[in-house]
Design a protein around this ligand. Sequence first.
Ligand SMILES: Cc1cc2nc3c(=O)[nH]c(=O)nc-3n(C[C@H](O)[C@H](O)[C@H](O)COP(=O)(O)OP(=O)(O)OC[C@H]3O[C@@H](n4cnc5c(N)ncnc54)[C@H](O)[C@@H]3O)c2cc1C
Length: 450
Amino acid sequence: MRECDVAVIGGGVLGAAVAYWMADLYDARICVVEGEGEVAAHASGRNTGVVHTPFYMDPDRRGAMAAAALASRGMWERFAARHGVPWAGVGTLEVAAEEREVAALERHMEWGARNGVPEGALRLLGPSEVSRMEPEVRCASALHCALDASTDYGALTRRLAGAAAGAGAELALGRRVASAGRRRGGIVLRLAGPGGVPAGELAAGLVVNCAGGSSLEVARMFGLAGRFSALHFRGEYWTADAAHSGLAGTNVYSVARFAGFPFLDPHWIRRADGRAEVGPNAVPVHAPHAYGRGLADVPAALSRAARAAASPGVLRLVANPEFLSLVCAELASSVSKAAMVGRVRRFMPRVEPGFFSGRGTAGIRTPVISPDGRFVHDAMELEGLEGDSFHIVNYNSPGATGAPAYAAMAVKKMRERGMLDGLAGRLRARPRGAEPGWDYGEASGALPGA
Ligand SMILES: Cc1cc2nc3c(=O)[nH]c(=O)nc-3n(C[C@H](O)[C@H](O)[C@H](O)COP(=O)(O)OP(=O)(O)OC[C@H]3O[C@@H](n4cnc5c(N)ncnc54)[C@H](O)[C@@H]3O)c2cc1C
């Protein structure tokens, strides 16, 4: 049986960042166990690519994610420049298509200030100012965020995993954690290779669960979070033909119709490589990797929801008429390009379905549902019963933006709880910080009150 000091489950952006900080701080055996043959195969390589400024995040409900996003922005920008990863400071317009939505923009200005967004980065614009900035956009008012940027998180994750390996972490790719148990007081992970073939065991002093869309399932292997459930929603995109990609130079979002749900409506996106897209929608699917399109998924998604309905949370959510209305709109926009584009036409009326002939890369978000039938808004951190596993669940958007600082804050919590005491003698005299040159103290202190 192989052994390591810390096993990080998941080679997405969060697992890569946790492994980087651990290897930077400790001269220890850190092993990233990733089920796929490469890192960033799922959400981290299949997202909108926006470097979000947390103006739209309620500081009372999503304070940790907001702080992490703000603190990570500069870290990513420097890292992207150093590695030649595309980065475009496109900015974002959040538009109130109708007068009744203007109050939401005012609230977002206030949330932005409370989340620490620098003064001057956010401005409320009237319709004529918006038209001067983006002639194709029609609205009652808009919030302009100059700080938002676009990048390629798949490329950043691959470089960060490389930096973690450079600092001494091992990447065990193509190894899925199938189950977890205890032996001689420690944790043993049973691994499976391609096709589910048993691929040995890994003993670890500490396990950090960064398994993205499967993180709740992994937490359950440790007897945690039994009353919570997870649902999977595929986000699909349509890519604008080159002739139409210049219709707007900024990202253009509308105020979310269902504030209680963790999705923005499909929007106009400027990718860092110059492409423009509309999306993502949020179509219920049965599994965290159900990228195939079409309604064939729906029966499987429903039957999964029915099974999950053993959890009263999902039953309550499914009985919520607002949720059902959202699901219907999302299904329509999956089947029909016109329906998807129609949602963007509310604020960009000249956009036509015919401007889009190719599908973009779909990604899957997996929000967690609480026992009382609500979407859980912030990420959840769970500590294993024996204090030797730490689980980050519900790590959704803007999780790619916030990963460097969020991972540093998580490592700090594990240290404060004594979960890394076994490695105390192996602290590096001075954290290397050579690559990517981030400062652990600064990043881990980003959470208010930290
Ligand atoms: C459609 C969409 C749009 C988004 N847009 C944005 C955006 O614009 N900006 C932003 O900041 N964020 C965005 N996000 C959110 C962001 O992408 C995620 O929060 C982030 O990528 C999550 O990273 P992760 O490492 O937790 O998960 P993942 O990237 O999913 O990584 C988890 C990894 O764990 C592995 N794994 C799972 N189970 C096991 C197991 N049992 N054994 C071994 N390995 C396992 C998986 O193979 C996977 O590689 C978006 C997400 C989606 C889906």
